[in-house]
Design a binder for this molecule. Structure first.
Ligand code: ADP
Ligand code: SF4
Length: 680
């Protein structure tokens, strides 16, 4: 018996049986109701990759609970049956069960689209949308409660008609605001003790079972505890009491923690399986199958979860995004082929910014329909041309790997002894160790290819490139951090930037470390400023972060990191100075200028770290252009950061895209993907 066989045992879920224990839990993807074909194809690829159950994202059961501008699923009326059936059909093609996460959001909705009041158990500000939308709920009366029950039931019937095998009654919705005593201040039979606060939940569950329980398994998703802002307002003890009331009613328990930043926690702060401490008690209270998440990518951890009786089904959103073929790879014993999620939450960013899902590790995610990209299959080579790729960062590694997969002969030259470029360097910073997986997976794949030869320790000049005698050259030489302070809000160099006490993130990663009092000027607003703050604090520096914005690391709200970052900086006593520009750097400190009043203050420090823009390292490309013009090279292009400095996800995508397009007939300026237009 194979040690992973236990993961491939069938599990009974209500009237259905899943072929294995791999369960893609609901996850947002920025396509949903707007891009039903894109959505269906993406879910279908997961089913093809071996997931036994594939779910939708949150699916609004009625138009009075819209989440604009977020793009989610919809089951508002009968017209929604056909687009959702597309997904069901794709999932069923591969023998997987299709589930839908029915939801009436209530206080998690905005209703910016429908323009009707958001409903809630009391009148108060909503918490959904941007988190600060100036919208209040209408306190639900008995008729509102009956209406929501009726709408939920109708949506369940439509889900059944669309062919879904599993339908959710999702608690982190309007249900949550009824359950939570902090929010629910009602004095009627829907408020007060837990039995009353759970009444609405129980009614929705009974309605759904009654309506579709003959054909569909009914799943409950319950956040068993609330972490973060209001710890213990909803806790394990109350969840246990709730389970005491309803443990055997649903056909499946999908359990996690809330808020979302604790559930989809980034690897910088939480590692694989971090939810076990919270959800571990559930299986002891029900005979129904239990699924939970924990960014599981290790089959050993998965087996342990089942053997120790923590979970029956291995829930995964992000691991299934990074590698839709994870189950098949485990079944085939191809463990080192698993493309492990790095826990960066770029996939979550897509939801916040209402764009189709993107993944750092999996450049095909969200492109299954649009570009016909498959995560495991490349378009075959159309010639026997040789290609030289210069630079083995995420862009160069992915390009060489994908070209090799197509069947081309590739030479990959890298200046450093170590491959991986920025991901390898950044993964040594505090908390970012899992980022090295971007390089590791690609290196492992390349090592298996006879047609890709890697030359580390080979810094290439234009002459070196020409000596290789490859007529096709792809330059992926990356970018470097600016030393002059120019960045998003700063158009001119900062006076004093050329002093010895000024550092860039690149310097820090190269081991050049400041001491004493350090000011980090963060004009990047993503993770780097706060990571370096932690890193230098650990080294014994007294660190202050300065930013022009009103909050530090503002972009990280889209990757669910911001709250964790603020907490960490606070715990470590790292000071923040917000809404200040860096006016001048001196030997003994910096002059700061208030962003509004322009008032200047002097802050003493020994060193300054400039986390500002990056500049493309495209010198080699320019040195090679004359050879292209003379016809000595047939093709020459830049990809990744040396083309335009960007996040890692973009570099991987650029490498992949260049490989897909090589030697293909790509019309200049032509639209490279299908556009989905709504049809009725
Ligand atoms: P990207 O994110 O675009 O992949 P990186 O900065 O991560 O960019 O990687 C670029 C890689 O290119 C680095 O590993 C760097 O050492 C390498 N490199 C830069 N210039 C040369 C060169 N002239 N010859 C070979 N490798 C180079
Ligand atoms: Fe994982 Fe990052 Fe991909 Fe999301 S974007 S699945 S967190 S690697």
């Amino acid at each position: 018996m194979d040690k992973y066989d236990i993961l491939f045992e069938p599990v009974q879920i209500g009237p259905h049986t899943t072929k294995n224990r791999f369960y893609q839990t609901p996850h947002c993807n920025g396509m949903g109701s707007r891009n039903p074909r894109g959505h269906a194809a993406m879910r279908g690829v997961k089913a093809e990759g071996g997931w036994g159950v594939v779910n939708t994202e949150e699916m609004q059961v009625h138009w009075t609970t819209d989440q604009a501008p977020f793009i989610e699923g919809q089951m508002w009326d009968d017209a929604d049956i056909a687009p959702n059936r597309l997904m069901v059909e794709e999932v069923h093609k591969h023998g997987a069960l299709a589930g839908c996460q029915l939801a009436y959001h209530g206080m998690d909705a905005t209703n910016w689209y429908s323009r009707v009041p958001v409903l809630g158990p009391r009148s108060m500000s909503i918490w959904g949308g941007s988190g600060i939308d100036p919208i209040h709920t209408k306190k639900m009366d008995k008729q509102d409660i009956l209406n929501v029950r009726r709408w939920h039931k109708k949506a369940a019937l439509r889900a059944k008609e669309a062919g879904f095998d599993i339908a959710y009654v999702y608690s982190e919705t309007i249900v949550w605001s009824f359950l939570n005593k902090r929010i629910n201040d009602r004095t009627d039979e829907y408020g007060g003790d837990l039995e009353n606060r759970a009444r609405f939940f129980m009614e929705l569950l009974a309605d759904t079972k009654d309506a579709i329980g003959d054909k569909c398994a009914i799943a409950v998703r319950l956040a068993v505890t609330e972490l973060g802002d209001h710890p213990n307002d909803w806790d394990k003890a109350q969840s246990a009491d709730l389970l005491g009331m309803m443990a055997e009613i649903p056909d499946l328990w999908d359990v996690n923690v809330t808020g979302w930043e604790n559930d989809s926690a980034v690897s910088r702060f939480y590692k694989e399986g971090h939810e076990e401490q919270y959800i571990g008690f559930v299986k002891g209270l029900t005979t129904k199958p239990v699924v939970g998440v924990g960014r599981f990518t290790s089959p050993e951890t998965m087996v342990s979860m089942v053997q120790r009786g923590v979970l029956d089904l291995i829930g995964a959103a992000r691991p299934s995004i990074a590698d839709p073929f994870l189950p098949n790879k485990i079944q085939e014993g191809r463990i080192d082929d698993i493309r492990e999620c790095i826990g960066c939450n770029i996939c979550v960013m897509g939801d916040f910014q209402a764009i189709p899902i993107r993944c750092t590790q999996n450049p095909t995610m969200g492109e299954e329909y649009r570009r016909d990209w498959h995560p495991e299959k490349m378009n075959a080579a159309t010639s026997d041309k040789d290609i030289l790729v210069v630079g083995a960062g995420p862009a160069g590694l992915e390009c060489a790997r994908a070209l090799g997969d197509r069947g081309y002969n590739v030479i990959l030259a890298e200046a450093e002894r170590e491959l991986g470029g920025r991901v390898t360097r950044e993964s040594r910073l505090l908390g970012l160790s899992e980022w090295v997986r971007v390089a590791d997976w690609r290196i492992t794949q390349i090592e298996k290819m006879d047609n890709v030869t890697v030359y580390p320790g080979s810094k290439m000049s234009a002459e070196d490139v020409m000596e290789v005698e490859c007529e096709h050259v792809i330059i992926a030489t990356g970018a470097s951090w600016r030393r002059d302070g120019i960045g998003r809000e700063k158009w001119k160099p900062v006076p004093g930037h050329d002093q010895d006490n000024v550092y860039t993130p690149g310097d820090i990663m190269d081991g050049k470390r400041p001491t004493g009092k350090v000011v980090i000027f963060d004009n990047d607003h993503y993770y780097m400023g706060s990571v370096l703050a932690e890193e230098l604090h650990r080294d014994g520096c007294e660190v202050t972060i300065v930013t022009e914005r009103a909050v530090v690391a503002e972009y990280t709200k889209y990757t669910l990191e911001d709250m964790h970052i603020h907490k960490r900086l606070h715990e470590k006593g790292i000071k923040k100075v917000v809404q200040h520009d860096l006016a001048e750097i001196k030997a003994n400190g910096v002059t700061l200028e208030h962003a509004i009043s322009e008032e200047e203050t002097f802050l003493e420090c020994d060193a300054v770290v400039l986390v500002t823009d990056r500049l493309p390292e495209d010198g080699l490309y320019h040195d090679l252009l004359p050879y292209l013009e003379e016809g000595k090279l047939k093709s020459l292009k830049t990809i990744g950061d040396c083309h335009a400095p960007n996040i890692i996800e973009r570099a991987v995508f650029a490498g992949h895209n260049a490989a897909r397009e090589f030697d293909e007939d790509v019309p200049e300026g032509g639209l490279p993907f299908k556009r989905e237009r709504a049809i009725y």
